[in-house]
Design a protein around this ligand. Structure first.
Ligand code: FAD
Length: 446
Protein backbone atom coordinates (compact mmCIF):
# COMPACT_ATOMS: atom_id res chain seq x y z
CA UNK A 1 0.00 0.00 0.00
CA UNK A 2 1.25 3.52 -0.79
CA UNK A 3 2.58 5.48 2.18
CA UNK A 4 1.66 9.17 2.52
CA UNK A 5 3.41 11.21 5.20
CA UNK A 6 2.15 14.62 6.24
CA UNK A 7 4.28 17.15 8.12
CA UNK A 8 2.13 19.38 10.34
CA UNK A 9 -1.27 18.36 11.66
CA UNK A 10 -3.30 21.54 11.93
CA UNK A 11 -5.17 23.49 9.22
CA UNK A 12 -3.50 22.27 6.04
CA UNK A 13 -2.13 18.93 7.23
CA UNK A 14 -5.23 17.63 9.00
CA UNK A 15 -7.48 18.76 6.16
CA UNK A 16 -5.30 17.09 3.55
CA UNK A 17 -5.35 13.86 5.58
CA UNK A 18 -9.13 13.91 5.95
CA UNK A 19 -9.69 14.68 2.25
CA UNK A 20 -7.26 11.99 1.16
CA UNK A 21 -8.91 9.39 3.35
CA UNK A 22 -12.35 10.39 2.02
CA UNK A 23 -11.16 10.06 -1.57
CA UNK A 24 -9.02 6.97 -1.11
CA UNK A 25 -9.58 4.35 1.60
CA UNK A 26 -6.60 2.26 0.42
CA UNK A 27 -3.64 4.40 1.29
CA UNK A 28 -1.54 4.63 4.49
CA UNK A 29 -1.57 8.10 6.01
CA UNK A 30 0.72 9.23 8.84
CA UNK A 31 0.83 12.74 10.26
CA UNK A 32 3.88 13.99 12.19
CA UNK A 33 3.07 17.01 14.32
CA UNK A 34 5.71 18.52 16.55
CA UNK A 35 3.21 20.21 18.85
CA UNK A 36 0.76 18.79 21.40
CA UNK A 37 -2.45 19.23 19.41
CA UNK A 38 -3.75 18.71 15.92
CA UNK A 39 -6.65 20.08 13.93
CA UNK A 40 -7.80 23.03 16.02
CA UNK A 41 -9.31 26.30 14.88
CA UNK A 42 -6.41 28.77 15.12
CA UNK A 43 -8.71 31.50 13.84
CA UNK A 44 -10.97 31.09 16.86
CA UNK A 45 -8.19 31.36 19.47
CA UNK A 46 -8.54 35.13 20.12
CA UNK A 47 -12.30 34.76 20.56
CA UNK A 48 -11.87 32.31 23.43
CA UNK A 49 -9.89 35.01 25.26
CA UNK A 50 -12.75 37.47 24.73
CA UNK A 51 -15.45 34.93 25.57
CA UNK A 52 -17.23 34.69 22.22
CA UNK A 53 -15.98 31.12 22.02
CA UNK A 54 -17.09 30.20 25.50
CA UNK A 55 -16.14 26.54 25.21
CA UNK A 56 -12.42 26.21 24.45
CA UNK A 57 -12.80 22.52 23.59
CA UNK A 58 -15.06 23.41 20.67
CA UNK A 59 -11.94 24.76 18.96
CA UNK A 60 -10.69 21.19 18.60
CA UNK A 61 -11.97 19.64 15.38
CA UNK A 62 -10.14 16.29 15.57
CA UNK A 63 -7.80 14.45 17.90
CA UNK A 64 -5.33 11.61 17.28
CA UNK A 65 -8.07 9.26 18.57
CA UNK A 66 -10.75 10.51 16.15
CA UNK A 67 -8.20 10.41 13.32
CA UNK A 68 -7.39 6.79 14.26
CA UNK A 69 -11.07 5.94 13.75
CA UNK A 70 -10.51 6.99 10.12
CA UNK A 71 -7.35 4.93 9.91
CA UNK A 72 -5.08 7.97 9.96
CA UNK A 73 -2.00 7.58 12.19
CA UNK A 74 -1.10 10.72 14.12
CA UNK A 75 2.21 11.16 15.94
CA UNK A 76 2.21 14.30 18.05
CA UNK A 77 5.43 15.60 19.64
CA UNK A 78 7.21 14.28 16.56
CA UNK A 79 9.31 16.78 14.67
CA UNK A 80 10.50 16.18 11.12
CA UNK A 81 14.15 17.25 11.19
CA UNK A 82 15.11 16.75 7.56
CA UNK A 83 13.85 15.49 4.22
CA UNK A 84 15.72 13.44 1.63
CA UNK A 85 13.57 13.76 -1.47
CA UNK A 86 15.95 11.64 -3.61
CA UNK A 87 15.74 8.74 -1.17
CA UNK A 88 12.07 9.50 -0.34
CA UNK A 89 12.65 9.40 3.40
CA UNK A 90 12.54 11.69 6.42
CA UNK A 91 14.43 11.99 9.65
CA UNK A 92 11.92 12.27 12.48
CA UNK A 93 12.55 13.08 16.13
CA UNK A 94 10.25 11.76 18.82
CA UNK A 95 10.49 14.72 21.17
CA UNK A 96 9.11 12.88 24.20
CA UNK A 97 11.34 9.81 23.87
CA UNK A 98 14.28 11.89 22.62
CA UNK A 99 15.06 9.49 19.79
CA UNK A 100 15.39 9.85 16.03
CA UNK A 101 14.28 7.46 13.30
CA UNK A 102 13.83 7.36 9.53
CA UNK A 103 10.47 7.12 7.82
CA UNK A 104 10.00 6.27 4.14
CA UNK A 105 7.27 7.77 1.98
CA UNK A 106 5.77 7.42 -1.46
CA UNK A 107 4.16 10.84 -1.21
CA UNK A 108 5.05 13.64 1.17
CA UNK A 109 2.75 16.55 2.05
CA UNK A 110 4.33 19.55 3.79
CA UNK A 111 2.12 21.84 5.86
CA UNK A 112 4.51 23.25 8.47
CA UNK A 113 2.91 26.71 8.59
CA UNK A 114 4.72 29.69 10.03
CA UNK A 115 6.59 30.43 13.24
CA UNK A 116 5.32 33.50 15.08
CA UNK A 117 7.87 36.30 15.16
CA UNK A 118 8.93 38.11 18.28
CA UNK A 119 11.35 40.92 19.17
CA UNK A 120 14.74 40.51 20.88
CA UNK A 121 13.59 42.37 24.01
CA UNK A 122 10.95 39.68 24.65
CA UNK A 123 13.22 36.66 24.45
CA UNK A 124 13.42 35.00 27.87
CA UNK A 125 10.70 37.25 29.32
CA UNK A 126 8.45 34.84 31.24
CA UNK A 127 5.29 36.94 30.84
CA UNK A 128 5.75 37.38 27.06
CA UNK A 129 3.51 35.27 24.83
CA UNK A 130 2.41 34.81 21.26
CA UNK A 131 -0.94 33.38 20.20
CA UNK A 132 -0.37 30.78 17.54
CA UNK A 133 -1.79 27.54 18.85
CA UNK A 134 -3.88 25.99 21.60
CA UNK A 135 -0.87 25.60 23.89
CA UNK A 136 -0.29 29.37 23.63
CA UNK A 137 -3.94 30.02 24.43
CA UNK A 138 -3.79 27.74 27.47
CA UNK A 139 -0.53 29.38 28.63
CA UNK A 140 -2.00 32.89 28.31
CA UNK A 141 -5.12 31.95 30.26
CA UNK A 142 -3.09 30.12 32.92
CA UNK A 143 -0.83 33.16 33.34
CA UNK A 144 -3.86 35.44 33.76
CA UNK A 145 -5.38 33.09 36.34
CA UNK A 146 -2.19 32.32 38.29
CA UNK A 147 -0.98 35.92 38.54
CA UNK A 148 -4.38 37.57 38.68
CA UNK A 149 -3.42 39.70 35.69
CA UNK A 150 -5.78 42.47 34.60
CA UNK A 151 -3.39 44.39 32.39
CA UNK A 152 -1.83 43.42 29.08
CA UNK A 153 0.54 44.99 26.58
CA UNK A 154 -0.18 44.09 22.97
CA UNK A 155 2.39 44.65 20.26
CA UNK A 156 1.70 44.25 16.57
CA UNK A 157 -0.78 46.02 14.34
CA UNK A 158 -1.64 43.18 12.02
CA UNK A 159 -4.91 41.28 12.23
CA UNK A 160 -3.82 39.10 15.15
CA UNK A 161 -2.68 42.16 17.13
CA UNK A 162 -6.00 43.88 16.48
CA UNK A 163 -8.02 40.78 17.39
CA UNK A 164 -5.99 40.48 20.60
CA UNK A 165 -6.74 44.10 21.52
CA UNK A 166 -10.45 43.67 20.92
CA UNK A 167 -10.65 40.42 22.86
CA UNK A 168 -8.60 41.54 25.86
CA UNK A 169 -10.85 44.62 26.07
CA UNK A 170 -13.91 42.34 25.90
CA UNK A 171 -12.39 40.30 28.70
CA UNK A 172 -12.34 43.48 30.79
CA UNK A 173 -8.58 43.91 30.89
CA UNK A 174 -6.61 47.16 30.65
CA UNK A 175 -4.83 47.12 27.33
CA UNK A 176 -1.72 49.04 26.28
CA UNK A 177 -0.98 49.01 22.56
CA UNK A 178 2.62 49.64 21.55
CA UNK A 179 3.48 50.12 17.90
CA UNK A 180 6.63 51.33 16.28
CA UNK A 181 4.95 53.47 13.63
CA UNK A 182 1.63 55.23 13.16
CA UNK A 183 0.60 52.82 10.44
CA UNK A 184 -1.96 50.41 11.83
CA UNK A 185 -3.10 47.38 9.82
CA UNK A 186 -0.90 47.55 6.76
CA UNK A 187 -3.25 45.62 4.43
CA UNK A 188 -5.58 48.64 4.47
CA UNK A 189 -4.98 52.08 2.97
CA UNK A 190 -4.05 54.61 5.70
CA UNK A 191 -6.84 57.01 4.79
CA UNK A 192 -9.44 54.21 5.00
CA UNK A 193 -8.07 52.99 8.32
CA UNK A 194 -7.93 56.33 10.10
CA UNK A 195 -10.50 55.13 12.65
CA UNK A 196 -8.28 52.46 14.25
CA UNK A 197 -6.53 54.65 16.80
CA UNK A 198 -9.66 56.67 17.53
CA UNK A 199 -11.57 53.44 18.16
CA UNK A 200 -8.83 52.08 20.44
CA UNK A 201 -8.91 55.25 22.50
CA UNK A 202 -12.71 55.16 22.63
CA UNK A 203 -12.37 51.64 24.05
CA UNK A 204 -9.97 52.85 26.73
CA UNK A 205 -6.81 51.39 25.18
CA UNK A 206 -3.57 53.15 26.17
CA UNK A 207 -2.00 53.80 22.76
CA UNK A 208 1.76 54.33 22.42
CA UNK A 209 2.87 54.94 18.82
CA UNK A 210 6.27 55.43 17.20
CA UNK A 211 7.99 53.47 19.94
CA UNK A 212 8.86 49.90 20.85
CA UNK A 213 9.84 47.82 23.85
CA UNK A 214 13.61 47.79 24.33
CA UNK A 215 13.84 46.10 27.72
CA UNK A 216 11.66 44.29 30.21
CA UNK A 217 12.66 44.22 33.85
CA UNK A 218 10.25 42.37 36.11
CA UNK A 219 6.82 43.68 35.27
CA UNK A 220 8.04 46.93 33.75
CA UNK A 221 8.73 47.45 30.06
CA UNK A 222 11.00 50.30 28.96
CA UNK A 223 10.21 51.82 25.57
CA UNK A 224 12.57 53.33 23.02
CA UNK A 225 11.17 56.80 23.79
CA UNK A 226 12.24 56.40 27.43
CA UNK A 227 8.75 55.83 28.79
CA UNK A 228 7.96 52.88 31.03
CA UNK A 229 4.76 50.84 31.07
CA UNK A 230 3.37 48.29 33.44
CA UNK A 231 3.69 44.93 31.70
CA UNK A 232 2.53 41.97 33.80
CA UNK A 233 1.70 40.27 30.51
CA UNK A 234 2.86 41.02 26.94
CA UNK A 235 1.39 39.38 23.86
CA UNK A 236 3.02 39.84 20.46
CA UNK A 237 1.16 39.44 17.19
CA UNK A 238 3.79 40.59 14.72
CA UNK A 239 3.58 38.13 11.88
CA UNK A 240 5.13 34.83 10.98
CA UNK A 241 8.14 33.39 9.20
CA UNK A 242 7.79 30.19 7.14
CA UNK A 243 8.88 27.16 9.16
CA UNK A 244 11.01 25.63 6.46
CA UNK A 245 14.52 25.40 7.94
CA UNK A 246 14.18 21.61 8.08
CA UNK A 247 14.02 21.59 4.26
CA UNK A 248 17.63 22.75 3.83
CA UNK A 249 19.38 20.30 1.49
CA UNK A 250 16.14 18.42 0.84
CA UNK A 251 15.85 19.13 -2.86
CA UNK A 252 12.63 21.07 -2.24
CA UNK A 253 13.07 24.57 -3.70
CA UNK A 254 12.34 27.59 -1.52
CA UNK A 255 11.98 31.20 -2.67
CA UNK A 256 14.28 33.93 -1.36
CA UNK A 257 12.08 34.48 1.69
CA UNK A 258 12.07 30.77 2.58
CA UNK A 259 8.58 29.87 1.29
CA UNK A 260 8.14 26.54 -0.51
CA UNK A 261 7.66 27.01 -4.27
CA UNK A 262 4.57 25.16 -5.53
CA UNK A 263 2.65 24.82 -8.77
CA UNK A 264 -1.07 24.53 -9.52
CA UNK A 265 -1.09 20.88 -8.42
CA UNK A 266 0.49 21.75 -5.07
CA UNK A 267 3.65 19.95 -6.16
CA UNK A 268 7.03 21.31 -5.14
CA UNK A 269 10.25 21.09 -7.15
CA UNK A 270 10.78 17.56 -5.78
CA UNK A 271 8.94 14.55 -7.18
CA UNK A 272 5.98 13.38 -5.09
CA UNK A 273 6.49 16.16 -2.53
CA UNK A 274 3.50 18.50 -2.15
CA UNK A 275 3.04 21.57 0.04
CA UNK A 276 0.26 23.84 1.23
CA UNK A 277 -0.68 26.47 3.77
CA UNK A 278 1.16 29.42 5.24
CA UNK A 279 4.61 28.14 4.24
CA UNK A 280 4.08 28.12 0.47
CA UNK A 281 4.57 30.54 -2.35
CA UNK A 282 1.52 30.34 -4.58
CA UNK A 283 -0.01 32.63 -7.20
CA UNK A 284 -2.76 35.15 -7.70
CA UNK A 285 -5.94 34.23 -9.51
CA UNK A 286 -6.44 37.50 -11.42
CA UNK A 287 -2.93 38.54 -12.44
CA UNK A 288 0.14 36.56 -13.42
CA UNK A 289 2.11 37.01 -10.22
CA UNK A 290 3.40 34.91 -7.34
CA UNK A 291 2.33 35.61 -3.78
CA UNK A 292 2.24 34.25 -0.25
CA UNK A 293 -1.00 34.39 1.76
CA UNK A 294 -1.06 33.19 5.37
CA UNK A 295 -4.81 32.62 5.51
CA UNK A 296 -6.97 29.55 5.87
CA UNK A 297 -8.88 29.51 2.56
CA UNK A 298 -5.85 28.70 0.41
CA UNK A 299 -4.75 25.91 2.78
CA UNK A 300 -8.19 24.29 2.65
CA UNK A 301 -8.51 24.57 -1.13
CA UNK A 302 -4.99 23.24 -1.71
CA UNK A 303 -5.68 20.32 0.69
CA UNK A 304 -8.48 19.21 -1.64
CA UNK A 305 -6.29 19.66 -4.72
CA UNK A 306 -3.35 17.70 -3.28
CA UNK A 307 -5.60 14.92 -1.96
CA UNK A 308 -6.99 14.55 -5.48
CA UNK A 309 -3.58 14.70 -7.11
CA UNK A 310 -2.35 11.87 -4.90
CA UNK A 311 -5.40 9.73 -4.48
CA UNK A 312 -8.09 10.73 -6.91
CA UNK A 313 -8.62 12.98 -9.91
CA UNK A 314 -5.44 14.68 -11.12
CA UNK A 315 -7.44 17.13 -13.24
CA UNK A 316 -8.30 18.99 -10.02
CA UNK A 317 -5.99 22.02 -9.91
CA UNK A 318 -5.49 25.09 -7.76
CA UNK A 319 -6.63 28.16 -9.68
CA UNK A 320 -4.91 30.78 -7.54
CA UNK A 321 -6.23 33.12 -4.91
CA UNK A 322 -7.06 36.74 -4.27
CA UNK A 323 -6.03 36.81 -0.61
CA UNK A 324 -9.61 37.78 0.26
CA UNK A 325 -9.67 38.69 3.94
CA UNK A 326 -11.84 40.33 6.56
CA UNK A 327 -11.43 41.35 10.17
CA UNK A 328 -13.69 42.84 12.79
CA UNK A 329 -12.37 45.58 15.01
CA UNK A 330 -15.02 46.44 17.59
CA UNK A 331 -17.86 47.96 15.50
CA UNK A 332 -15.86 48.06 12.28
CA UNK A 333 -15.46 45.45 9.58
CA UNK A 334 -12.47 45.75 7.27
CA UNK A 335 -11.92 43.64 4.16
CA UNK A 336 -9.53 43.65 1.23
CA UNK A 337 -8.68 41.43 -1.70
CA UNK A 338 -6.26 41.27 -4.60
CA UNK A 339 -2.85 42.85 -4.97
CA UNK A 340 -1.18 44.44 -1.97
CA UNK A 341 -0.91 48.23 -2.01
CA UNK A 342 2.80 48.14 -2.93
CA UNK A 343 2.12 45.61 -5.71
CA UNK A 344 -0.79 47.44 -7.33
CA UNK A 345 1.45 50.47 -7.94
CA UNK A 346 3.33 48.44 -10.54
CA UNK A 347 0.20 48.20 -12.73
CA UNK A 348 -1.40 51.00 -14.76
CA UNK A 349 -4.62 51.63 -12.92
CA UNK A 350 -7.08 54.18 -11.67
CA UNK A 351 -9.00 54.22 -8.44
CA UNK A 352 -12.76 54.29 -8.08
CA UNK A 353 -14.07 55.10 -4.66
CA UNK A 354 -17.66 55.10 -3.51
CA UNK A 355 -19.41 55.58 -0.22
CA UNK A 356 -23.09 55.02 0.34
CA UNK A 357 -25.46 53.64 2.94
CA UNK A 358 -25.47 49.87 3.37
CA UNK A 359 -29.27 49.80 2.93
CA UNK A 360 -31.90 52.30 1.77
CA UNK A 361 -30.70 55.62 3.16
CA UNK A 362 -34.11 56.44 4.61
CA UNK A 363 -34.05 53.34 6.85
CA UNK A 364 -33.32 54.02 10.50
CA UNK A 365 -29.99 52.44 11.32
CA UNK A 366 -28.56 52.63 7.82
CA UNK A 367 -24.80 53.15 7.99
CA UNK A 368 -22.14 54.13 5.47
CA UNK A 369 -20.10 51.57 3.64
CA UNK A 370 -17.05 52.55 1.64
CA UNK A 371 -15.60 50.56 -1.23
CA UNK A 372 -12.46 51.34 -3.18
CA UNK A 373 -11.41 49.44 -6.27
CA UNK A 374 -8.23 49.65 -8.31
CA UNK A 375 -9.05 49.20 -11.97
CA UNK A 376 -6.58 48.16 -14.67
CA UNK A 377 -6.55 50.81 -17.41
CA UNK A 378 -5.64 48.07 -19.86
CA UNK A 379 -8.72 45.90 -19.58
CA UNK A 380 -10.90 47.05 -16.69
CA UNK A 381 -9.86 44.18 -14.40
CA UNK A 382 -10.27 44.81 -10.68
CA UNK A 383 -6.73 44.52 -9.34
CA UNK A 384 -7.46 45.28 -5.71
CA UNK A 385 -10.41 46.22 -3.53
CA UNK A 386 -10.91 47.48 0.00
CA UNK A 387 -14.22 47.66 1.87
CA UNK A 388 -14.80 49.37 5.23
CA UNK A 389 -17.96 49.85 7.23
CA UNK A 390 -19.86 48.70 10.25
CA UNK A 391 -22.40 46.50 8.47
CA UNK A 392 -22.55 44.59 5.20
CA UNK A 393 -18.82 44.54 4.47
CA UNK A 394 -18.66 40.73 4.27
CA UNK A 395 -21.38 40.62 1.61
CA UNK A 396 -19.63 43.17 -0.60
CA UNK A 397 -16.15 41.63 -0.40
CA UNK A 398 -17.47 38.14 -1.12
CA UNK A 399 -19.46 39.42 -4.10
CA UNK A 400 -16.38 41.17 -5.44
CA UNK A 401 -14.30 37.99 -5.00
CA UNK A 402 -16.89 35.92 -6.88
CA UNK A 403 -17.24 38.58 -9.60
CA UNK A 404 -13.47 38.69 -10.20
CA UNK A 405 -13.22 34.87 -10.12
CA UNK A 406 -15.83 34.62 -12.86
CA UNK A 407 -14.00 37.12 -15.05
CA UNK A 408 -16.14 40.16 -14.25
CA UNK A 409 -14.55 43.57 -14.88
CA UNK A 410 -15.12 46.78 -12.95
CA UNK A 411 -17.50 47.99 -15.66
CA UNK A 412 -19.49 44.74 -15.33
CA UNK A 413 -20.29 45.62 -11.72
CA UNK A 414 -23.33 47.48 -13.07
CA UNK A 415 -24.80 44.11 -14.05
CA UNK A 416 -24.71 42.54 -10.60
CA UNK A 417 -28.38 42.18 -9.80
CA UNK A 418 -28.58 42.66 -6.07
CA UNK A 419 -31.32 41.34 -3.83
CA UNK A 420 -33.02 44.58 -2.88
CA UNK A 421 -35.48 45.57 -0.26
CA UNK A 422 -34.88 48.58 2.00
CA UNK A 423 -33.44 46.67 5.01
CA UNK A 424 -30.73 45.08 2.82
CA UNK A 425 -29.48 47.30 0.03
CA UNK A 426 -30.47 49.94 -2.54
CA UNK A 427 -31.73 49.34 -6.07
CA UNK A 428 -28.36 50.71 -7.14
CA UNK A 429 -26.04 49.09 -4.63
CA UNK A 430 -22.61 50.39 -3.71
CA UNK A 431 -21.07 47.85 -6.12
CA UNK A 432 -23.37 48.92 -8.98
CA UNK A 433 -22.39 52.54 -8.33
CA UNK A 434 -18.72 51.64 -8.57
CA UNK A 435 -19.48 50.11 -11.97
CA UNK A 436 -21.24 53.27 -13.22
CA UNK A 437 -18.35 55.43 -12.02
CA UNK A 438 -15.86 53.10 -13.71
CA UNK A 439 -17.67 53.33 -17.05
CA UNK A 440 -17.26 57.12 -16.95
CA UNK A 441 -13.60 56.99 -15.98
CA UNK A 442 -12.78 54.21 -18.45
CA UNK A 443 -13.85 56.41 -21.38
CA UNK A 444 -10.51 58.21 -21.07
CA UNK A 445 -8.63 55.01 -21.78
CA UNK A 446 -10.58 53.77 -24.83
P1 FAD B 1 -0.68 25.64 10.83
O1 FAD B 1 -2.13 25.54 10.96
O2 FAD B 1 0.05 26.66 11.64
O3 FAD B 1 -0.05 24.21 11.12
C1 FAD B 1 1.31 23.94 10.97
C2 FAD B 1 1.70 22.85 11.95
O4 FAD B 1 2.92 22.26 11.52
C3 FAD B 1 1.98 23.39 13.36
O5 FAD B 1 1.14 22.80 14.31
C4 FAD B 1 3.45 23.05 13.61
O6 FAD B 1 3.70 22.65 14.95
C5 FAD B 1 3.67 21.90 12.66
N1 FAD B 1 5.07 21.78 12.23
C6 FAD B 1 5.87 22.75 11.74
N2 FAD B 1 7.07 22.26 11.42
C7 FAD B 1 7.05 20.94 11.73
C8 FAD B 1 8.00 19.90 11.62
N3 FAD B 1 9.22 20.10 11.12
N4 FAD B 1 7.64 18.65 12.05
C9 FAD B 1 6.38 18.42 12.52
N5 FAD B 1 5.44 19.37 12.65
C10 FAD B 1 5.76 20.62 12.24
N6 FAD B 1 -6.80 32.75 8.76
C11 FAD B 1 -7.93 33.19 8.16
O7 FAD B 1 -8.15 32.93 6.99
N7 FAD B 1 -8.86 33.90 8.89
C12 FAD B 1 -8.69 34.18 10.21
O8 FAD B 1 -9.56 34.80 10.84
C13 FAD B 1 -7.50 33.73 10.85
N8 FAD B 1 -7.29 34.00 12.16
C14 FAD B 1 -6.16 33.50 12.75
C15 FAD B 1 -5.95 33.77 14.11
C16 FAD B 1 -4.82 33.29 14.73
C17 FAD B 1 -4.61 33.58 16.18
C18 FAD B 1 -3.86 32.52 14.00
C19 FAD B 1 -2.62 31.99 14.67
C20 FAD B 1 -4.05 32.27 12.66
C21 FAD B 1 -5.19 32.74 12.02
N9 FAD B 1 -5.41 32.54 10.65
C22 FAD B 1 -6.56 33.01 10.07
C23 FAD B 1 -4.40 31.86 9.81
C24 FAD B 1 -4.72 30.38 9.62
O9 FAD B 1 -4.88 29.79 10.86
C25 FAD B 1 -3.55 29.78 8.85
O10 FAD B 1 -3.57 30.30 7.54
C26 FAD B 1 -3.61 28.25 8.78
O11 FAD B 1 -3.61 27.71 10.06
C27 FAD B 1 -2.41 27.74 7.99
O12 FAD B 1 -2.39 26.33 8.03
P2 FAD B 1 -1.00 25.56 7.97
O13 FAD B 1 -1.33 24.11 7.95
O14 FAD B 1 -0.15 26.13 6.91
O15 FAD B 1 -0.26 25.94 9.34
Amino acid sequence: MKQVIIVGGVAGGATAAAQLRRINPDINITIYEKGRDISFGNCGLPYNIGGEVSDRDKLVAATPATMAERDIVVKTHHEVRSVDSEGRKLLVKDLEEDREFEAAYDYLILSPGGAPRTIPALLDVPQAFVLHNLEDLDDIKAHIAEHDVNKVVVIGAGYIGLELIENFVRRGMDVTFIHRSEEVYRPLEDDLGNFFIEEMERQGVDVRLNTEIVEVDGNVATLSNGEQVDAPMIVAGIGILPRTEFLGGSGVALNDAGFICTDETGCTSADCVYALGDAIETFYQHVDRKTTVALAWGAHRMAYVIANQIGGDDDVKFEGLLGTNIIRFFDYDIATLGLQQNEVREYDHFIVDHKQKNKAGYMDGSVPIRVRIYVSTEDGRILRAAVVGTEGVDKRIDLLAAHIRLGGTAEDLVNIEVAYSPPYSSPKSVLNMLGYKTIEKMKKFK
